[in-house]
Design a protein around this ligand. Structure first.
Ligand code: HAM
Length: 440
């Protein structure tokens, strides 16, 4: 579990804002569901014989109620969809979410016990166009946040009947090689044979070579969906690789499965950025009507490791450096005036030397330093230092705010605000602006 310190938060805000903006443009709206859900919800949807449910959930009993810290966001979203009878309100619902998930996995680079996902779920659209659009939009989002060459892998595992027929064929093919399989896979041969395809164990990999592939078992309807998906991706010009061994670790999927990988130099070959797929049976399983659904999630920490994105580290636009007690009064008032004009400003009230205060201005990435001492107060002026242009001028106190706004509007440096407010206004450029500044 990680602390995210203020020095790192700018990149988080930028990726989160890009995600909100990207999903907003696709007609998705944010949903927020609880971090805790009844344990049974995850067991029923993710499946009993999965790593997540068998080994990784933070579960406990509180006043006789079994609860679990959500290991992922899909089950909670579907639960909310059913609970609020959203199907009665609209035929198609497009939801996205951001937030922490919890899995007691063995920690590694890009794998944590509390991690953050950005994800989305689309309820009510059975068409492969929906699948293709989601994959294409994801590629666009990854490129936008500085992950240049994402690789898309797709597969179809068909409907429930298809999977049943395929499971039997797979077990039949692997049964004679049972002794060579890893202990986990020997167990999975009975509990969850599809997961053997996903095994990283060399012995399992060897045994799987030559085993039948699920694509040969698709029903006519599955095949039409699968062909449609590839046709739509081709029409969009979205490159992909068909990987018939792609099965993913959650049991709720049917038909389309996809994963996106990239930045192998930073994350290693096995590290998946995005995972998703169709789960047309979940809403009904949770007591709702038959509503098809598809979704994905990406690990935010992994996106940040993979991304080349650099974010300006400026904390404030202006540092006010008062010299002496009386100057602190004047500086506090000036600081408030600047903030009312939307300028980010720190008043250094430490009673430090001018040198130390200017060092502080530099380390905060401030564009301006304003020096106020007794003499300046008596003369009704301040010393305005432009740290980017390395100039200094005496400015009448009454002109300080408009001067800074005007200089910033025409200036070379404009630092970006990394506040929660800017994050919410996805991608809003809230650098210094001079909406109502008069002429200098
Ligand atoms: P998932 O493949 O389990 O799918 O996780 C999606 C992504 O979350 C992974 O590709 C990875 O980037 C990130 N992730 C998973 N576990 C960890 C971890 N321990 N530490 C860091 N990052 C991690 C799901 O969660 C599905 N709910 C996706 C989905 C949505 N399918 C349909 N709708």
């Amino acid at each position: 579990m990680n602390d995210v310190l203020p020095g790192e938060i700018g990149r988080w805000h930028r990726v989160e804002a890009a995600f909100r903006s990207s999903m907003g443009r696709l007609g998705y709206r944010e949903v927020r569901t609880p971090y805790l859900e009844p344990t049974g919800l995850f067991v029923r949807t993710i499946g009993e014989a999965t790593d997540v449910v068998e080994k990784e959930m933070y579960s406990f009993v509180f006043h006789d109620e079994p609860l679990t810290l959500r290991p992922e966001g899909t089950a909670g979203a579907a639960r909310a969809y059913v609970e609020h009878k959203i199907h009665n309100v609209e035929p198609v619902s497009r939801w996205f979410y951001l937030g922490p998930m919890f899995r007691g996995e063995r920690p590694a680079k890009g794998r944590y016990r509390q991690f953050n996902q950005v994800g989305a779920e689309c309820f009510g659209d059975p068409g492969p166009g929906c699948d293709a659009e989601m994959i294409d939009a994801l590629v666009g989002f990854l490129v936008e946040i500085g992950i240049p060459k994402p690789d898309v892998f797709i597969n179809s595992i068909g409907n429930a009947e298809t999977r049943e027929r395929y499971k039997q064929a797979l077990v039949k093919a692997l049964e004679p090689k049972k002794e060579t399989l890893s202990a986990d896979s020997q167990r999975r041969l009975v509990t969850n044979p599809l997961r053997i395809l996903d095994s990283k164990h060399p012995a399992d990999k060897a045994a799987i070579e030559g085993a039948p592939t699920v694509l040969d078992f698709l029903s006519d309807e599955d095949r039409a969906h699968w062909d449609g998906l590839r046709r739509h991706l081709d029409a969009l010009g979205t490159a992909y690789t068909v990987d018939p061994k792609l099965v993913r670790g959650l049991d709720y999927y049917g038909r389309t499965l996809f994963e996106i990988k990239g930045a192998y130099d930073k994350l290693g070959a096995g590290s998946t950025l995005v995972g998703g797929g169709r789960y047309d049976g979940m809403v009904e399983e949770l007591g709702g009507p038959k509503v098809p659904a598809i979704g994905f999630a990406a690990g935010l920490e992994r996106l940040l490791i993979a991304s080349d994105l650099q974010v300006p580290t400026s904390v404030v636009d202006v540092l006010i450096a008062p010299l002496g007690e009386r100057a602190v009064d004047a500086a506090l008032v000036l600081g408030r005036d600047l903030r009312r004009a939307d300028v980010r400003c720190e008043v250094d009230t430490r009673n430090a030397s001018i040198k130390a205060q200017l060092r502080r201005a530099n380390s905060l990435g401030a564009r301006f330093a304003i020096i106020v001492g007794d003499r300046e107060i008596d003369e009704g002026i301040v010393e305005l230092k432009d740290l980017a242009n390395r100039t200094q001028e005496r400015v009448a106190r009454a002109d300080v705010v408009p001067r800074i706004l005007a200089r910033s509007a025409h200036g070379v440096v404009s630092a970006e605000v990394e506040s929660a407010a800017s994050q919410a206004e996805a991608n809003a450029d809230v650098s210094l602006s001079a909406p109502d500044a008069g002429d200098p």
